[in-house]
Design a protein around this ligand. Structure first.
Ligand SMILES: Cc1cc2nc3c(=O)[nH]c(=O)nc-3n(C[C@H](O)[C@H](O)[C@H](O)COP(=O)(O)OP(=O)(O)OC[C@H]3O[C@@H](n4cnc5c(N)ncnc54)[C@H](O)[C@@H]3O)c2cc1C
Length: 308
């Protein structure tokens, strides 16, 4: 692993650095580039800006790996409050939510996670929008897809995520490319062993393209989450080849990452959804974004040493 990446990931677990990042006035700008803020209000403000620019959004209340029922309940309440605001502010047709099952109790009790996800889906239905279940490390894939299946019995619009790096994903993509099935395809963000996942970046890219084909060939609604310029081009080309019209699939990118490209694609008539993270637990998320991209890291380090 790149030493800078190792350093940044080590900083992710360091309380002193966390306090420094949280309080340094300039670093706040860096945080704000990738995280909408800590409150529902902040999330709604960022949503309004992006919607006004012609983009759609999916909102993620940050936090994961809860082993505490009270924390899981806090997460559910945050989503219920957010969904209520999206409805009240007339944003629900362009703004949905993304949920990590580990944040609503999956590690404690699968039944609790299903119940909590069901409460969020019911609130989303009331608000007039949808929910997508994020995908986490490979030990949770079966459980998450099982919960997705359960949710879809009541809410067929519930979306799932497949990670192209997993060896199993081509089969999952083929099986899930059914009428109305909303599936986000990403490369995959967790450190996985080569027994379950492609590790070489080139292999991951090839696997991603195979899954693009599987999803576009089916009847579902694929949501292609990537910032990779080559893949964005391939997706456009394959979509045309399969006779898919813009709006029968979408692109997704993270808040603050390639914002000009997000607007360019939307300007060309594509549906582009921006994944907006918000909430008090922003630190781990921010550190992962820093570790992903050297340019982000440089921006971040400069902000920490800057006096202004
Ligand atoms: C909307 C969304 C939802 C996601 N949900 C999940 C999930 O549920 N589960 C999960 O495991 N992972 C998820 N991910 C993360 C994903 O798996 C990848 O880890 C992450 O998106 C990086 O992969 P990439 O496809 O962007 O390409 P990378 O391989 O990271 O980058 C490829 C190229 O993209 C360009 N690029 C990348 N980042 C930047 C940047 N910051 N600025 C400019 N150019 C850049 C560069 O040209 C780079 O060479 C999600 C990602 C997105 C966008």
């Amino acid at each position: 692993m790149n030493p800078l990446r190792t350093l940044i990931l080590a900083a992710a677990g360091n309380d002193t650095i966390r306090r420094l990042v949280a309080t340094a006035p300039v670093s706040r700008d860096v945080v704000r580039r990738f995280v909408a803020g800590e409150t529902t209000e902040d999330a709604v403000t960022a949503t309004k800006d992006l919607v006004a620019a012609g983009l759609s959004v999916t909102l993620d209340y940050l936090g994961e790996d809860t082993t505490d029922r009270a924390q899981a309940e806090k997460t559910v309440q945050a989503y219920l409050e957010l969904l209520d605001r999206l409805r009240a502010d007339g944003l629900a047709d362009r703004a949905e939510v993304s949920v990590k099952l580990s944040a609503v109790g999956q590690a404690l009790d699968e039944r609790l996670a299903l119940d909590n996800a069901s409460r969020i889906c019911a609130a989303a239905e009331q608000a007039g929008t949808t929910v997508t279940l994020d995908m986490e490390d490979h030990t949770t894939t079966d459980s998450t897809l099982g919960i997705l299946r359960e949710l879809r019995r009541t809410w067929p619009w519930a979306g799932g995520v497949l990670q192209a790096y997993l060896h199993r994903t081509f089969d999952d993509a083929t099986a899930l490319a059914t009428e109305g099935s909303r599936i986000r395809l990403c490369k995959g963000a967790y450190k996985e062993p080569d027994t379950v996942a492609h590790v070489a970046p080139h292999e991951v890219d090839l696997a991603y393209v195979r899954c693009v084909n599987a999803l576009l060939a089916g009847d579902g609604y694929p949501m292609f989450a990537t910032h990779d310029p080559r893949l964005v081009e391939v997706i456009g080309e394959r979509a045309r080849w399969y006779g898919r019209k813009p709006g029968s699939y979408e692109y997704q990118m993270l808040y603050g990452v390639r914002p000009e490209e997000q607007r360019r694609l939307a300007g060309a008539g594509e549906t582009v959804r921006v994944y907006i993270p918000y909430g008090e637990e922003w630190y781990g998320y921010l550190m992962r974004r820093m570790a992903e991209k050297p340019a982000n890291t440089a921006l971040f380090l400069r902000s920490l040493v800057s006096k202004s």
